[in-house]
Design a protein around this ligand. Structure first.
Ligand code: PEP
Ligand code: MN
Length: 263
């Protein structure tokens, strides 16, 4: 179902009125975790002004340590929904547990399956049964074939709306958090009709590398860019060190739009 051979035309995925793919650029921005309401409003207001068309934030966080902040749960989903409604922007959030898919789908416009869960086949089957579009991130040790097979799990359950995301893979080099596999974009596009976006935040883990990698992703043909933004990275509950400030996002958003217009 995912293969380009069987479906030569590129798919356009509609997320509550925002189209992704076929020349429609997804500009996904927001903090790593949903935090308090005032902060979410501030960040959303700024990224909307910069031209973001999807707002992100995790209410269920897959953390390496069980003692680290795990997310606000349903309270976070409520805040995210309120922010989405207030600014008229669809919201995307991660679902980590198959038992929560229905709950998360009640609040979110798009369900994210994170890198750590890319091969959680029970979760993929559940999101495949839901009627929300899915943002499927590449596992940090997953091949492109693995990624496409995971998409197949969702599609084969009857949910045709999958957007793929390259977010960096494990490498031997600690210079960057992960290794941004920019070639994955055209490789994936050759193999599937599904849109693919890039996430230079998790791919590099470094704010200074986000702008060049965002532009590189678009130059390679990506259908969108996913960037973490926080107004006070030192206070962020997760992934603060890799967050862009709102004013930095504004600058790269402008450059991304210029780049997209050139292509
Ligand atoms: C995230 O989007 O905050 C996240 C946890 O991403 P990934 O699954 O790519 O690590
Ligand atoms: Mn994050």
């Amino acid at each position: 179902l995912a293969s380009r051979e069987a479906h030569p035309e590129s798919s356009i995925i509609n997320v509550s009125g925002v189209q992704i793919g076929g020349g429609h650029l997804a500009m996904i921005a927001g903090p790593c975790s949903v935090e308090d309401r005032d902060r979410m409003y501030r960040i959303a207001e700024s990224v909307c002004e910069s031209g973001a068309n999807l707002f992100r934030g995790g209410a269920y966080k897959p953390r390496t340590s069980p003692y680290a902040f795990q997310g606000l749960g349903e309270a976070g989903l409520e805040i995210l929904r309120q922010v989405g409604d207030k600014f008229g922007i669809p919201v995307v959030t991660e679902v980590t547990d198959p038992r929560n898919v229905e709950l998360v789908a009640q609040y979110a416009d798009m369900l994210q399956v994170g890198a750590r869960n890319m091969q959680n086949f029970v979760l993929l089957t559940e999101v495949g049964k839901s009627h929300r579009p899915v943002l499927l991130k590449r596992g940090m040790s997953a091949t492109i074939t693995d990624l496409l097979m995971s998409a197949e799990y969702v599609l084969s359950e009857g949910n045709p709306d999958v957007v793929l995301c390259e977010r960096g893979i494990k490498s031997f080099d600690p210079s960057t958090r992960n290794l941004f596999d920019v070639a994955a974009v055209p490789v994936v596009q050759g193999l599937t009709h599904l849109p693919i976006i890039v996430d230079p935040s998790h791919a590099t883990g470094r704010p200074d590398l986000i702008p060049p990698c965002a532009l590189a992703g678009l130059a390679a043909g990506a259908d969108g860019v996913h960037i973490e933004v926080h107004d006070c990275p030192e206070e962020a509950k997760s992934d603060g060190p890799q967050a862009l400030l709102p004013e930095q996002y504004q600058e790269i958003a402008q450059r991304m739009r210029l780049m997209a217009d050139l292509l």
